[in-house]
Design a protein around this ligand. Sequence first.
Ligand code: SF4
Ligand code: SF4
Length: 325
Amino acid sequence: MTQKPHQYLLQEKIEQTAHIKAFAKECGFSLVGIAEAVPLEQEMVRFSEWLSKGFHAGLGYMERNQEKRYDVRNILPETRSVLVVAQNYYTPHQHLPPEHERYEEYGKISRYAWGDDYHDVIPPKLERIADEIKRLQAEAHTKVYTDTGAILEKQWAVRAGIGWQGKHSNIISREIGSWFFLGIILTTAEFLYDAPVQDFCGTCTACLEACPTGAIVQPHVVDANKCIPYWTIETKPEREFPPEVAQNLDSWLFGCDTCQDVCPWNRFQRDTDEAHFHARNAETALHLDSVLDLQQEEFSERFRKSPLKRSKMAGLKRNAEALKK
Ligand code: SF4
Ligand code: SF4
């Protein structure tokens, strides 16, 4: 069999890269980048330091599968490309509807949790892109992830040129700010690779100053032990909040957006086209007494396919009680 000339292969790769990026945008993703699948040497050094200081708090799963985090080829052998997409979830709703005059009776929900659970919304779109990759390169293998595996998603987003990791640790894009979810496709297919984006935080320290609990212990380093989303979403309902968190919840019932709300790059946010991320029942906050009155059947029905189900009803009630103290 005769081999295709080098120039022809390069042209084919250019066209396929442009095609798959355009296809990902057609699927509804705002940003698409591709990184070469190489071991994450520097990133793992920083991640290991963060773990060694105990900043992952009770998130024990972060200690496991380090070989997969280090090298995605330990997940999918012969992976050549890591395709990263950003799904915008910004909607024009406000944290508290204007008719709520007595804010103290309400608990705020983090913006990412206003709509349907992204774990349900994003994977089918990633699978469409994966199928398109296999249509372009018939022998290619793929594996998709949405916050579902031992992958350093943010670090891959940086490598793929989606944005830089801000001092609050979220990825920021100059085009759309930071209100987006990340999706990842590992593939054995080869594409052209993007360059990382420069860090544009500069001398800004708005997020460090605004964090209600001082959880951003140094630029780019968040201590989950102090971070409100860790306590209000990830901990078991029977865990009491430590006093420095309990006294500084700043009306957050589920998650916290303060560090992103103050980030100047979020002036560039755009409204999402994805209807699933609009606030369910127009709710961006919940009345604390109504949370405390919830019955299990109502909770299960009302928050089916909502990220709020993660804290379980007992966790949401624990959060509401902490806000009423
Ligand atoms: S999410 Fe809230 S608590 Fe956590 S670092 Fe950001 S501002 Fe601080
Ligand atoms: S608030 Fe300022 S320092 Fe923090 S992530 Fe945004 S630009 Fe960077």
